[in-house]
Ligand binder design. Structure first.
Ligand code: AMP
Length: 418
């Protein structure tokens, strides 16, 4: 036998019995977001590499190490999308959405790709639901988005979720702060890990995330960006907080929150679930007021978030369930073809139905009927049919001609359908 081929490292299959929780997550998100005026946006799963290099930021780990990039047959440099915001902004600009009433509210769902070291909750192909509101700098936008993310995890029933909230301020205030931070770090350079030392110039904020003991000691004494916001940004942050308080959404202010992508300004937030292990972040987002302009569009403030579907599914830990049908048809050997005709008729009438397609014995088919989860089985013989209620075991003779109508009626005892 030749060697088996497996799914690529860091990827996985979602089997039929594993679909339920994912469908519920996607459907709950769709209803919630469309119920708040967000319209679905689908973008390609690959884009020009330049979009992410400019949009996500050259200095970020995502762009430096994690992109699945390739040249196509025409020599174009392309990348499997590592996140959704850059694509949403590209689409906003490309379709002239600044001419629509602002903010333009979009949501998306689908697979994303990052070349990370795989572990529980961290994959190379993962799935996100995201929401973006582009075209307004009002704190109302920040609050609406954060409340939607909070309400989504709450409605799904994810337990142990904490919301962390911060502000990164404006680019100018942030630049001045970064200089101050670099000076602080350089004054105690010897205590920092080699990796952090190397990144003082490029991205000193990431040092707040370090697990290294020496680095942690230096960062514990470091100035905080939240204390260096200019008056307008501080006021914006206060308003977002007040709106969240009004909406009854609990949050913790996190003065050292660092998001992994470069484009954030002002409000940033993360949702963590303490039921998950090391990869506890189920979602995050924030304001990116400079991004649209950076991508060649007009100056346009915006805000958005993404939640990880795979991590939400892990946190919910729902039992697997095979797909179910309402009716299972068990056929005598001479009624097999009629069984398929009946199944087709039932399906066309809107009743989900399945049948044996492998010429099993009567006993084998009954077992299959049991496993199908069907509320009722039709026992199809030569010129006659019986309907069996699978929970009570009650069986009734039914005229072949009236079978579809009979099955349209609710099953006795109100047994549930699929
Ligand atoms: P980010 O785009 O980095 O802000 O991530 C948003 C959310 O996507 C995270 O909170 C995770 O839930 C999820 N996520 C990001 N990267 C991965 C990954 N490699 N595997 C699984 N989920 C991920």
């Amino acid at each position: 036998m030749s060697e088996k081929i497996k799914a690529p490292r860091g990827t996985f299959d979602v089997l039929p019995e594993q679909q339920g929780v994912r469908r519920r997550i996607a459907e709950t998100a769709r209803a919630l977001l469309e119920g708040a005026g967000y319209g679905r946006l689908d973008t390609p799963v690959f884009e020009e590499t330049e979009l992410f290099a400019r949009g996500v930021g050259e200095s970020t780990e995502v762009v430096q190490k994690q992109m699945f990039s390739f040249s196509d047959q025409g020599g174009r440099e392309l990348t499997l999308r590592p996140e959704g915001t850059a694509s949403a902004c590209r689409a906003y600009i490309e379709h002239g959405m600044q001419k629509r009433p602002q903010p333009v509210k979009l949501w998306y769902e689908g697979p994303f790709f990052r070349h990370e070291r795989p572990q529980a909750g961290r994959y190379r192909q993962f799935h996100q639901i995201g929401a973006e509101a582009i075209g307004s700098d009002s704190p109302l936008v920040d609050a609406e988005l954060i409340v939607l993310a909070w309400d989504l995890v709450t409605e799904l029933g994810v337990e142990g979720v904490r919301l962390g909230l911060g502000s990164l301020g404006s680019p100018a205030a942030r630049a001045a702060y970064l200089d101050e931070l670099r000076t602080h770090m350089r004054s105690r350079e010897g205590e920092l890990s080699a990796e952090v030392r190397e990144r003082i110039e490029l991205n000193p904020l990431r040092a707040f995330d370090s697990a290294d003991e020496g680095t942690r000691a230096v960062m514990a004494d470091a100035p905080r960006l939240l204390d260096r916001l200019d008056a307008a940004d501080a006021e914006h942050f206060e308003q977002v907080r007040a709106l969240l308080d009004r909406a009854g959404v609990p949050y913790e202010v996190d003065a050292t929150m660092v998001r992994g992508l470069d484009y954030y300004t002002r409000t940033v937030f993360e949702l963590h679930c303490d039921r998950l292990g090391a990869q506890s972040q189920v979602g995050g987002g924030g304001r990116y007021d400079g991004l649209i302009e950076q991508l060649g569009g007009p100056p346009t403030p915006a805000n958005g978030w993404a939640l990880g579907i795979d991590r939400l599914a892990l946190a919910l830990g729902e039992p697997e369930e095979p797909p179910r049908v309402e009716v299972f048809i068990v056929a005598e050997p001479d009624a097999r073809e009629r069984a398929l005709t009946l199944a087709i008729e039932l399906r066309r009438a809107g009743i989900s139905a399945d049948l044996d397609l492998a010429e099993r014995s009567h006993k084998g088919q009954m077992k299959q009927a049991d496993r199908s989860g069907a509320a009722r089985a039709v026992l199809l013989g030569e010129g006659a049919a019986r309907v069996r209620d699978m929970s009570s075991g009650e069986t009734a003779e039914v005229d072949l001609g009236g079978l579809v109508d009979r099955l349209r009626e609710a099953p006795a005892g109100g047994g549930e359908g699929a």
